[in-house]
Ligand binder design. Structure first.
Ligand code: SPV
Ligand code: MN
Length: 626
């Protein structure tokens, strides 16, 4: 279109114009031209992903005050506004065309009204600022998994985060030519006050599934703004559903078995429930910590990390519990810290870093001192509980060599975990794929955390840890997961884990390091090396196999009494859980597959039979003896 071309020529410098027209993609050009007309930036920068262009963005983030350089070269700190510290679930909505329906659970708004609203907030939002146009690729480059993306933002912090988190996509765009098959994101921070978004009451994240387009405005927090992260996951779930693959909120890691064997696990945990630390288990290899795509290839389940970096929670990262991340965070490599405390020596500090925190400094509330309270009288902690770090996975000492393999890795096991104080045992294998998807994945619950705005510690339903990001009706999503195993010769085994089980005194029953044993037990199961005990809820480890793993890998003695307490099958709690979750499906999910109700009925029957025979709380030894 001549007018689009004219507009680009007029509003871009010759150098930037050259970069954008080198990509011969009319749909992308239309998107950019429309964004310029809507947001009216003072200038436009097209990032080709070259070292020089990336450096320009890094410098701009510092120049505009969105990032502050810290003591170590390559380290910067970004602050989000005091009320902009997590994903805004309430204001994240699907733009729903007339006549379509996503069910009661997903948040949506009439498309016409929603587009009008969000475009009104975006209008002139970039006046006086530079618009950044960046190209990235979800998944490894040159792969069946790759999805090209274009991100428009006025935040160099957002663009810089994406440079760390995603593979460069400018060349991928050259390859796709005029194809319309890519994701688009437009973000503006809106009006700023002290370098943070001022109008958070007008914070909106609106998703257009028909157009593969997401709008985000009046916010800076990464989960609301970094298009390729959770905004793209929503688009990908819809695309995957149409194309018969899976887009999941999952880590991907290689667990090391005997004789140098590596078995890959993908694991879904709600935010702040141990997902990153599981992907980073000592002695194992990380591929990714947050988002994975799974595809069937040559009768195998293959999986990639969508990202190449980590946007991880920094709280409790310390030299003892997370030595590899701690090492990266304290050495010279590229890191963006967010919402930590900066001390007088220009160093970042955070809760649980393993040393005493300074009593004053600068944090997300501005100048901070110990005991400072907010407008509601709540004490402001030194760093925010959802404070994060953003770094490149290859900068970690345990990066798996297959990170960028275009074929992905073969998945041996899938793990579902949540924050559960009283129901599930620490690790358990599902009887089969269908049971695993339904009784483990689709029945997942977790207590809420600081990763989203709102109250913490409330037990909530969160199927496959993906509920926040689902863009298709829940029943269809479950059916897609069930169907995924069809045509795979050895579908991954499915496990549940629970790191948060508590005793009657409220204390955790397991140490942080124990998760390594659960995953290594799962590794042995995938390879048929150990037997298991059949319980009404699944297959659990034998005491002696765990004792051996504890001794070998954690150098500790695992007491039989601890085993019995941890692996006791809690019948009333499991029955109550089935009732709670089934009620949600019955009341809110009209397209629930019948097989879910059948599996729930069978699980209930198994629990009741066992209850009749052994009582409410069943030691694993009672089940071996039978
Ligand atoms: C999560 O909350 O699950 C995250 C961080 O991984 S966010 O970008 O907020 O989604
Ligand atoms: Mn996540």
């Amino acid at each position: 279109m001549a007018s689009v071309n004219e507009l680009l020529k007029k509003r871009l410098t010759a150098d930037n114009y050259k970069k954008i027209v080198a990509l011969d993609n009319p749909k992308m050009h239309d998107f950019v031209a429309d964004a310029i007309e809507l947001t009216q930036p003072a200038s436009v920068f097209v990032c080709s992903g070259s070292d020089a262009d990336n450096a320009y963005i890094r410098e701009l983030a510092i120049k505009n005050g969105e990032e502050l350089p810290l003591d170590i070269p390559g380290h910067t700190c970004h602050f989000d506004g005091y009320y902009d510290q997590g994903r805004d679930k309430g204001n994240t909505k699907y733009l729903l065309p007339t006549g379509s329906n996503l069910g009661d659970i997903l948040n949506s708004i009439d498309k016409k009204a929603g587009v009008e609203e969000v475009r009104s907030y975006l209008a002139d939002s970039m006046a006086g600022r530079e618009m950044l146009i960046c190209f990235f690729c979800l998944g490894p480059l040159g792969s069946d998994f790759s999805i090209p993306c274009v991100q428009i933002t006025d935040s160099p912090y957002v663009a810089h985060s994406e440079i760390i988190l995603y593979r460069p996509g400018y060349k991928q765009f050259k390859k796709i030519g005029s194809s319309p098959d890519f994701f688009r994101f437009i973000h503006s921070e809106g009006e700023l006050e002290n370098a943070v978004s001022k109008n958070v009451d007008k914070r909106r994240v609106y998703i257009d599934l028909e157009e593969n387009l997401v709008y985000s405005v009046n916010t800076q927090y990464g989960g609301n703004t970094i298009g390729l992260k959770k905004l793209a996951l929503r688009l990908a779930i819809n695309k995957a559903s149409n194309e018969s693959w899976l887009a999941e909120h999952m880590f991907l890691m290689g667990a090391h078995g005997p004789n140098g064997r590596v078995t890959y696990f993908a694991g879904a945990f709600p935010s702040a429930c141990g997902k990153t630390s599981t992907s980073m288990l000592p002695g194992q290899m990380i591929v990714g910590d947050d988002i994975a795509y799974l595809r069937k290839k040559a009768r195998q389940a293959r999986c990639v990390n969508v990202e190449k970096g980590i946007f991880g929670i920094i709280r409790d990262v310390n030299a003892k519990d997370d030595p590899i991340i701690y090492e990266a965070l304290t050495s010279q490599c590229e890191v963006i810290f967010s919402n930590v405390l900066i001390d007088s020596q220009n160093k970042p500090n955070w809760l649980g870093m393993g040393k005493e925190l300074p009593v004053e400094g600068i944090n997300h509330s501005g100048q901070w001192h110990k005991g400072k309270t907010d407008n509601d009288g709540n004490e402001i902690t030194a760093s925010h509980k959802n404070a994060r770090y953003c770094l490149n996975i290859p900068d970690l000492g345990n990066c798996d060599p297959s990170l960028n393999n275009p074929e992905g890795v073969v998945v041996g096991g899938i793990v579902y975990g949540g924050r559960d104080s009283d129901t599930w045992v620490p690790v358990e294998q599902a009887f089969n794929w269908t049971e695993g998807i339904i009784i483990k994945g689709a029945a997942l619950e977790s207590e809420t955390t600081a990763a989203t705005l709102g109250k913490e510690g409330v037990r909530t339903f969160n199927l496959m840890s993906n509920l926040d990001f689902l863009s298709i009706p829940l029943g269809r999503y479950i059916q897609n997961n069930l169907d995924f195993a069809k045509g795979i010769d050895n579908p991954p085994l499915i496990f549940s884990v629970n790191y948060f089980l508590r005793g009657k005194d409220g204390k955790y029953l397991n140490g942080m390091a124990d998760k390594k044993v659960w995953i290594l037990w799962a590794e042995l199961r995938v390879n048929g090396d150990v037997e298991a005990i059949e319980t009404p809820t699944g297959l659990i480890p034998k005491y002696e196999d765990l004792a051996k793993l504890f001794k070998e890998h954690l150098h500790t003695q695992y007491d039989q009494a601890d085993y019995v307490q941890q692996f006791t099958i809690r019948i009333p709690e499991n029955l109550a859980k089935l009732d709670r979750v089934e009620k949600i499906y019955k009341e809110k999910v009209p397209d629930t597959p019948q097989i879910l109700y059948d599996s729930f009925a069978e699980a209930r029957k198994r629990l009741k039979t066992a209850q009749h025979k052994h009582g409410d709380y069943i030691s694993p030894f009672d089940l071996i003896a039978q």
